[in-house]
Design a protein around this ligand. Sequence first.
Ligand code: SME
Length: 158
Amino acid sequence: MAEDLEIFSGTKQEQYEHLIPQLKALLDGEPDLIANMANTAAALKEQFNWLWIGFYLVKNEELVLGPFQGPVACTRIKKGRGVCGTAWANKKTLLVDDVTKFPGHISCNSTSRSEIVIPIYKNEEVFAVFDADSTEIKEFDETDKKYLEEIVWMVKGE
Ligand code: SME
């Protein structure tokens, strides 16, 4: 298939509604987690162009950097540290309107202002987290949470 993504300009909801079927088609039948994470990060970068979009994988009780789009980032994050390690420890999506107000936020890039982190599970265990960072305060809201959870939970191929 052609791998060109059709970029849609409209409301945030319309952009997600347009992106999801394309992403589904791209991931359909592909069991490789890293390949799916890579294309998911790339598709979200193309559509939304946030500062940083990517995944960390749980390895030996640490988060280790996985496929991403954006500037270079910290390689390892301990459980309970930063937004990523907290979302992992609490098994809950975290929306951070202003990263300067999040105690322990790990600043991988000085221009990052807001962030969303979504844990990804297999058999109720977190095996990865998705992270998106924006240069805008309050970039991510409940609409992003709803659609991004749907999107990033597709990477495991279920
Ligand atoms: N800000 C994250 C670290 C990862 S980078 O932003 C890509 C955190 O506090 O966990």
